[in-house]
Write a protein that binds this ligand. Structure first.
Ligand SMILES: [Fe+2]
Length: 475
């Protein structure tokens, strides 16, 4: 469209035309005023929005038959911050936590609700609320004591792409839809590779993971059991020398719902935990934060556990043996079965300690009642015990215990360790699925690899029948 200049007559006409161009018309003034008002109003609304109470993320864990821990991060100003919870989804008769006061988030907005006095084997719905005003809702199911049939999912390595370091994969929805009793995350919760002692950076990284929509939904509906591996503890292949160690420990203690940690004079050190579901004892070890550097010579002086955690593990295994659990699940996080002379991450380069552990398991009678679950290697693999026996007394061909490697949730595939009797699947978007069926006399456990499309991975399935005499692999 052409600009048509008005008729200009002489100098006065020219000046009038220029002033008309420069001087705003009433309409233009009106428009500017509306724009300025909108800007002020927008800023005011944004500022007011900052004050609106809301929940950034919420998840649960540390579940027992009568208790659970819900952790949330809130923003804005809550007048009466509580957790409402009820066995009824509509929560019309909800109880509140705390009962007679408001919860107080810490100075980063994180608040912990420790629920107690719950009914065993019962699903509870919960919501973070400001008085009666609810924000997001979640759910958690308490465990049952004694013989109990349940399923759990196990996975590791959810990093998305090299650029993102966090994942919003559909695999998290797939796991949520299968409704496991809990989700065992064995590390590489993200791939941020933090290599400095920066607690705010760890907190921001947790915020990023926990606000990925599909992960956030999974964690609101399925409680977590989480232990770190290298990329979420520190840099790649990290060990006790990681500069990020203290920040990683502090962030974990603050943000992750966890079973009681073994403190050292009040300080968080390693994050190993143990818990029981039905008649299955779970022992989760921290194989990063006291790990000696891989270059140290193998022998009694080199440890993946650290001296204090090794002592704890010995006691935990002794307890598990004394209590005669039909099945013990040990979460190793890194591959147990390794190739001789391999330099890959795993137990090969800590073989003195692996032999010590294998001998203890044998001596305590646990080698026949054990399932090892691990991540780190980006593959699903199953061994029926053919290749897992590293005990001093083991003769060639004497079987050990079954091993399930379950990864990667969302990361490029790699293969480590082995050989594995049932083979290996190296694809992105995989996890392990474990079903326990217990009638009080015999406990049957089935472990399998699955992919994010809902398929069971061909050949990667193993059944163990556990009774008084230990577990037998069904072939
Ligand atoms: Fe990984």
């Amino acid at each position: 469209m052409l600009f048509r200049a008005p008729a200009v007559r002489g100098y006065a006409g020219l000046r009038a035309w220029r002033e008309e161009l420069v001087k705003p018309s009433w309409a233009r003034r009106g428009l500017r005023l509306v724009g300025a008002l909108a800007l002020v109003l927008g800023s005011w609304m944004a500022a007011a929005g900052q004050g609106q109470p809301g929940t950034v993320w919420v998840w649960s864990g540390a579940v027992t038959s009568t208790s659970a821990v819900v952790k949330a991060k809130v923003r804005g100003v809550f007048k009466d911050l509580t957790l409402l919870y009820d066995i009824d989804r509509r929560m019309q008769g909800a109880r509140r936590m705390p009962t007679d006061s408001s919860a107080r988030p810490d100075d980063t907005g994180v608040v912990t609700f420790a629920l107690d006095g719950l009914t065993p084997d019962t699903r509870y719905y919960y919501t973070v609320a400001d008085g009666d005003q609810r924000t997001v809702t979640g759910e958690v199911r308490t465990f049952k004591e004694g013989a109990y049939s349940f399923d759990f999912a196990a996975g590791a390595c959810g990093g998305g792409s090299m650029l993102s370091a966090v994942s919003n994969s559909t695999i998290f929805t797939e796991i949520e839809n299968r409704r496991p009793l809990f989700f065992l995350h064995m590390g590489d919760f993200h791939y941020s590779n933090i290599n400095r002692n920066d607690l705010p950076l760890f907190r921001r990284t947790y915020d990023r993971v926990l606000t990925q929509p599909r992960q956030a939904s999974l964690y609101r509906h399925v409680p977590i059991v989480y232990v770190w591996d290298d990329h979420d503890f520190g840099p790649n292949d990290s060990d006790r020398t990681s500069p990020a160690r203290e920040a990683a420990r502090a962030a974990y203690a603050q943000i992750v719902p966890h079973y009681p940690l073994i403190l050292d004079e009040g300080r968080v050190t390693t994050i190993q935990q143990e818990f029981t579901v039905g008649r299955v004892r779970f022992i989760v070890t921290d194989l990063r934060s006291e790990r000696d550097p891989v270059g140290q010579p193998d022998g009694p002086g080199k440890s993946m556990l650290g001296a204090r955690q090794r002592e704890w593990l010995d006691a935990a295994l002794t307890r598990a043996a004394a209590e005669k659990w039909p099945l013990v699940v040990w979460v190793s996080t890194v591959p147990w079965i390794t190739r001789t002379g391999s330099k890959e991450d795993g137990w090969e380069l800590y073989s003195w300690e692996r032999r010590w552990l294998a001998d203890r398991l044998e001596a305590l009678g646990l080698a026949r009642r054990l399932l090892v679950v691990a991540g780190d290697a980006h593959m699903v693999a199953i061994d029926d015990g053919t290749n897992s026996n590293y005990a001093t007394t083991a003769k060639p061909g004497t079987p050990g215990f079954p091993v399930l490697q379950a990864a990667p949730l969302d990361r490029s595939p790699t293969v480590k360790g082995g050989p594995y009797s049932h083979g290996v699947s190296a694809e992105s978007g995989q996890y392990g699925w474990v079903e326990v069926r217990d009638d009080g006399a015999e406990l049957r456990v089935t472990v399998a690899g699955h992919d994010k499309g809902g398929r069971q991975l061909p050949g990667l399935r193993l059944q163990m029948d556990c009774g008084d005499g230990g577990c037998a692999v069904v072939r």
